[in-house]
Design a protein around this ligand. Structure first.
Ligand code: AHR
Length: 553
């Protein structure tokens, strides 16, 4: 629908080029709703495949009843790991998985999870006091059997073609335990007692784990530290770690959303030992959850949350607004980091992101923090992945929180039941961006106007990202408008299209979700589309995520 053309907005903070400005006047008289300018010659950087990473914490049913079903289970498994999960992750080219936490990491002793399974100690899980599991029996969510340990996790990664990213315990284990975990994983076959123990459990060759998080949320569950205190701990843990012939990439525990004080305080603390201290940091983590749907009424963590499934359009837009803030947070933390790291070597690792709703939509008891995933979460996830694609110079890794039976799950499982969520389809569609060259793309479109509790509010109506691999252009676009399709002219600056393909994730009901009984309610469909020339057109469905793959002449 050609609506509100007098109020075309530019969906970018970047200055308009003169050439683009000249198009603005033509939009007012155009027969389409929006224009997408793909500046094929303006490269932004290579999109790290790792921004399509995952996070699987030993929390609720992410591992037990999720990833791990056990070797003797009747549920199809590969060495105890749920088989349909492995198969599905391979299809989306899963690049990296973070484990064991999250908050759980800073209570975990990795030595509990090695050696013969029957001899491993049973422990109280960090999350055991959550009301969902507190009053239940000896379930793994409460009394952890440690069946899923380092070897099992690394095997899970191998089966799915992913790199392991281990988060080390800084709050409750000394640094020697961190060095020994590195030794267990990476020392050459036969070289150390720990390498022998690894081999006895089926891991003769070193695991070569490259990514190591030094703690998690050290400002909170990871130790309640000040940034200066954490900088001291980081230096200590990262000093003199055995390398075993490979470069280890240390990820420092970073800020939560807009906590710029943490970022600045951490770097200042690091520099107290001189600028060489910065060389030990490969990435700075950033956590950002979109949780406050109260439209400014409260900042209370519980009161601000909304329902996962029952929501009005205003809460749909509120989630989009919250999620959209991530781009300015990335920019803000990046600016602070650049004050200390002029060469811009240290990158951001957004190793927890996703929506977070009120409890109540769990598919089974004890599935702590599990929530039903709707089309709203798919659109929010597309919006987020586009932010990462647009910032390849700043973000080197991101991990969706969390893989299954949790917050922004790609999968829900309970016993032998298993289903992929709408977010899974988004990851499948966006996989085409992995490792490609991001190119600048500008979206000119009328903003959506809606009623925000009696006040008129605006939100952008089309946004996305583009990347190029040889002659293959991948363009992903989100239309967050709950009611209106958007017809756009795609202006290929510097090339012509010869053919193309469209894949669309749309649902007639914005609350649509996949369940065990109805697993295909939301699924991606391909549509015939034959783009040619410099200015092909496409109509983006309401409340949708679209993948356009164009072959350039
Ligand atoms: O993802 C759930 C929790 O959220 C993680 O354990 C923690 O790091 C964050 O606060």
């Amino acid at each position: 629908m050609a609506i509100g053309r007098r109020h075309f907005v530019r969906n970018t903070s970047l200055a308009l080029g003169a050439a683009l400005l000249s198009h603005k006047s033509t939009l007012a008289t155009a027969s389409f709703d929006a224009r997408i300018e793909v500046l094929l010659n303006e490269e932004l950087g290579t999109i790290s495949p790792n921004i399509y990473g995952h996070f699987a914490e030993n929390l609720g049913a992410v591992i037990y009843d999720g990833v791990w079903v056990g070797e003797n289970s009747k549920i199809a498994n590969v060495g105890g790991i749920r088989k349909n999960l492995v198969d599905a992750l391979r299809k989306i080219s899963s690049p990296v998985i973070r484990w064991p936490g999250g908050c759980f990491a800073d209570s975990y002793d990795w030595k509990d999870g090695i050696g013969p399974t029957a001899k491993r100690p049973r422990r109280t899980n960090f999350w055991a006091s959550d009301p969902l599991v507190r009053d239940q029996g000896n379930i793994p969510q409460k009394y952890d059997p440690n069946e899923f340990g380092t070897n099992e996790f690394v095997q899970f990664c191998k089966l799915t073609g992913s790199q392991p990213y281990l988060a080390a315990n800084v709050r409750s284990l000394p640094s020697v335990d961190f060095y020994r975990w590195v030794e267990y994983c990476n020392s050459p076959a036969g070289s150390t007692t720990l390498a022998d123990q690894r081999a006895a459990a089926g891991g003769k060759e070193p695991f070569n784990v490259r990514y190591w998080g030094i703690g998690n949320e050290s400002w909170g569950c990871g130790g309640e530290m000040t940034p200066g205190e954490y900088a001291t701990e980081f230096r200590r843990y990262a000093a003199w770690v055995p390398q075993f012939g490979m470069d280890l990439s240390f990820i420092a525990s970073g800020p939560n959303d807009a906590e710029y004080k943490w970022t600045r305080g951490f770097f200042e603390g690091m520099l107290q030992k001189g600028s060489n201290a910065l060389n030990r940091i490969w990435g700075l983590s950033l956590h950002y959850y979109s949780w406050n749907l109260s439209r400014g009424r409260t900042q209370n963590w519980d009161a601000g949350k909304g329902d996962a499934v029952k929501f009005e359009p205003v809460e749909w837009y509120e989630l989009m607004r919250e999620a959209d803030k991530l781009e300015s947070l990335i920019e803000g933390h990046w600016q602070v980091m650049n004050e200390f790291d002029a060469k811009r070597r240290i990158k951001l690792v957004v190793d927890e992101w996703g929506p977070w709703y009120k409890p109540g939509s769990e598919v089974a008891p004890a599935h702590i923090l599990e929530q039903m995933i709707t089309q709203r979460d798919a659109v929010m996830s597309g919006l987020t992945l586009d932010i990462f694609n647009r910032n390849p110079d700043k973000v080197t890794m991101a991990n969706c929180a969390q893989l299954m039976n949790c917050l922004n799950s790609l999968f829900l499982a309970s016993g032998d039941r298993f289903v992929t969520t709408p977010v899974y389809h988004v990851f499948q569609m966006y996989a085409a961006h992995q490792g490609a060259q991001a190119v600048r793309t500008e979206f000119l479109s009328p903003s959506i106007t809606y009623d925000r509790d009696g006040q008129p509010a605006n939100f952008w109506s089309l946004k996305g990202s583009a990347s190029l691999r040889g002659k293959d252009l991948t363009l992903t676009v989100v239309n967050p408008d709950v009611g209106q399709p958007k017809e756009a002219e795609i202006n290929l600056l510097g090339a012509e299209a010869s053919s193309g393909r469209a894949t669309i994730l749309a649902a007639s009901d914005i609350h649509a979700h996949n369940t065990f009984d109805n697993p295909n309610e939301v699924h991606a469909r391909t549509e015939s589309w034959s783009p040619t020339g410099r200015t092909p057109k496409f109509t983006f469905a309401p409340a949708s995520v679209t993948l356009l793959q164009l072959k350039l002449a």
